[in-house]
Design a protein around this ligand. Structure first.
Ligand SMILES: Cc1cc2nc3c(=O)[nH]c(=O)nc-3n(C[C@H](O)[C@H](O)[C@H](O)COP(=O)(O)O)c2cc1C
Length: 214
């Protein structure tokens, strides 16, 4: 089983709560299932093309059978590679820190590379249909404040968005792990992370056994 670890946090591991939680989850998953192969995509280190004027123009040209410019060939080829790598995995583990009530922009750039008609969804008479049914997604999120309850609850937009994008491409087996409130209560930060690690261990066990029995 191939797991694609899609990391949108540019920090070093030891300085990030979310990356430490992510490392723990992946270790637990590997411990539970020896057939797991993990491939990492560090979004701040890789070339993830943006949908810009050049790319939009290239898509128009491709539809019309018109030759692309060299930069358009380069960008659309790279977008194809990003998409093929995504399609090759059975499970996706997204790691995102909360930045300004959202996630880092490289994750949106990545989503714009993988939501492609004919590849991850298709249009039907009954509307769009996701093509990646049977795959699993896990969203690991770290956030300085508390959003799971209390006054900031309605300000958490990004997990719902990612879950919606996954459902749009057919992935309804979606799980959310989070560690939160470390900035609000720094003296309790390690304790909060430990509790999240326990939840992550339980999820890793459940997912590994579900995949073993699939
Ligand atoms: C640019 C930036 C914006 C942030 N915005 C928020 C925010 O809107 N809400 C919040 O709760 N924490 C916010 N934080 C705090 C981070 O979510 C928090 O430090 C979290 O632990 C980051 O994850 P990491 O430790 O894995 O890097 C922000 C941090 C940065 C660097």
């Amino acid at each position: 089983m191939k797991v694609l670890y899609i990391n949108s946090n540019p920090k070093p591991l030891d300085q990030s709560f979310g990356l430490r939680l992510g490392r723990h989850f992946l270790n637990e998953l590997s411990n539970q299932n020896e057939n797991i192969e993990i491939e990492t995509v560090n979004l701040y280190e890789e070339n993830i093309p943006l949908i810009d004027a050049d790319v939009l123009d290239a898509w128009g040209k491709l539809a019309a059978g018109v030759e692309l410019s060299p930069s358009q060939v380069e960008k659309t080829t790279r977008m194809g590679e990003v998409l093929e790598q995504f399609l090759s995995a059975d499970m996706y583990v997204f790691n995102t820190p909360m930045w300004n009530l959202s996630y880092p922009p490289m994750l949106k750039a990545y989503i714009d590379n993988i939501v492609m008609a004919g590849k991850t969804f298709k249009y039907t008479e009954n509307g769009p249909e996701g093509l990646l049914g049977g795959k699993t997604a896990v969203h690991i999120q770290s956030r300085g404040g508390v959003y799971s309850e209390g006054p900031a609850q309605s300000f958490e937009f990004t997990n719902g968005y990612l879950q919606g994008v996954m459902a749009f491409i057919g992935i309804t087996d979606y799980h959310h792990l989070y560690t939160e409130g470390m900035a609000a209560a720094p003296d309790r930060a390690e304790e909060i992370l430990d509790a999240a690690r326990e939840t992550a261990s339980d999820l890793a066990k459940d997912l590994a056994s579900a995949k073993r029995n699939a």
